[in-house]
Design a protein around this ligand. Sequence first.
Ligand code: KG4
Ligand code: ZN
Length: 387
Amino acid sequence: MAKAIPIILSIDTSCDETAASVTRGFEVLSNVLSSQISIHKEFGGVVPSLAKIAHKDKIDYVVNLALKRSGLKLSEIDCFAVTFGPGLAIALEVGIKKAQELARENRKPLIAINHMEGHLFSSLATPPLKNGINLNSFEDYEKTLFPLIGFLISGGHTELVYAKNFKSLYKIGETLDDSAGEAFDKCGRMLGLGYPAGPLITRFAKDNRKNVSIKKIKKNQSNLVELMNKRDKSIYSLPIPMLNSGDLNFSFSGLKTAFSQIVQNIDELTKNEIYNLSSLLEASIIEQLSSKLKKSIEMYEVRSVLLGGGVIASAKVRSYLRNSISNSINLKYPYNKRLTGDNAGMIGIVGFIKFATYGFQHNPEKGIYLKDYNEIDREPSLEFGNI
Ligand code: KG4
Ligand code: ZN
């Protein structure tokens, strides 16, 4: 007889992390990843062919370690889940192949998961508890959570999603060019900070807090953030794009251009200037993110806001987003840093949601369960549509 709460072994190889995890309902029993940052660092971004080689090299290791850390045996796994996309095709392929192999050999279902849905629901994950969620109370749980807005801020995406329930998800805003994470990374590269630069920039901005004052100003009909260094009185300003766009979309490429002009005009980048520019860049990105979240809450009445994606690792981003919305809204973000960036734990969470919502049947309509383990011909989509 099937157990009430399924134990799911999940795999994600969508980009530059080889990841495997074991989850029981919303409980994360293990969440292992092998990062390729050191491999891609010298190229300033992810090189797909190298990513594939590294995934192949590490996939067995991370799967075995995830099992070992969960304290469970392979025979105790009820179901397998794997990221189908979006991501780098040749990287995804490695995880999909491994998951097919495991499901076939162990005669267990295989669930295909959309990576963005993983980021969207990553904040629902909990540490291991004695009593996880009871399936009988799943509908009540759903009612206390929805309707909600999901805010996905990563290196690949910047998206706002409105969801009425676990089945109905609607994309209400997205970036027209670069993502917020890319803005951090590309501008950080101009400062010589290596890849990924987001964590360093937010750290420099934090260390610099006492030395600078930052304010929002309006000049010639455009919104700017202006930084003044209290000691040397140097002043820099950057635009805050899209504040008056009237919609929930984002844009970061103009910011990147403005940032490169400032950098080019500085003869020699001193440590102090790198700190100033980090503070300023962070302020502009956060202003755009919080103003769009605030606007989305004005447009849609929601109970909760779920944050996900690598950029959410920044405590400052989280606290500004918290302050931009009413206290009556339940704001959730992943309980640990590993769940913010790419990981397989979040894939297991969505696997459980699919199980609780649709059951364990083959559902070709939804592209969710794969009866035939070779039948991987389409990416399950986040059914985005018009509300
Ligand atoms: O979610 P993620 O690991 O990868 C994608 O699916 O894209 O996000 C990676 C992005 C990178 O752009 C990185 O610079 C950014 O998240 N990031 C941060 C921080 N930690 C990671 N950005 C700002 N502050 C951080 N602490
Ligand atoms: Zn991701």
